[in-house]
Design a binder for this molecule. Sequence first.
Ligand SMILES: Cc1cc2nc3c(=O)[nH]c(=O)nc-3n(C[C@H](O)[C@H](O)[C@H](O)COP(=O)(O)O)c2cc1C
Length: 204
Amino acid sequence: MGAAEMDLVTAILTRRSEHFLTDPAPSDDEFADLLRAAAAAPDHGMLRPWRWILVRHTERHALGECFAADAGAERPDEPATEVATRVAAKVLRAPLLATLVFQPRLGHRIPEWEQLAATSSMSHALMLLLHARGYGSIWRTGAFVASPTARQMLGLHQDERLLGWLYIGTPPRDRALQPRVVQDVTDRLSSFRLTEVAAARRHP
Ligand SMILES: Cc1cc2nc3c(=O)[nH]c(=O)nc-3n(C[C@H](O)[C@H](O)[C@H](O)COP(=O)(O)O)c2cc1C
């Protein structure tokens, strides 16, 4: 990883979900390289309870057809062919669709929610690393994470859960890299004071 890459605060504040992405996307080797770094995210028990399935090129169309097959059943008011065309085209919004699969170790001493937290931490780290390299990404979920057709085509096991897709590619060239307006979240912050506990005990 090059030292010239963006500093951490800049990367965090300038990363945005990118809705329209084009070539180039990272190669398989570059993706693996970034993933090795992202996998350093905190992971209780170091279980790495996840895997990625990369979908590119014409394989995207096969995924789009899975989405269309499942969407058609859910939208009876719209003509089926229109639904199919619209939904199938969604996969063309980026050259690389990295499928995030959660593989919880069931019955493990590390609870499932902690495994999910570790997976989410890794995914965010990966988005930041992609951004620092000049790529854009967006984590997309929606109803298709439950698509039985997509699950079957991608070869998911029964205990695995689809957490969605990182759509990855290059953002438009004129995309301004403005740091976002930092939100005040101090209302989500408090400091515990022992004196308050003592007061509550005295006056319950
Ligand atoms: C788990 C997860 C699922 C998401 N699913 C979608 C989605 O299905 N469609 C979408 O447009 N954005 C999706 N997003 C992106 C959020 O909408 C986006 O992060 C949010 O609007 C804030 O924008 P920002 O990432 O540019 O800060 C998802 C984000 C996360 C973390």
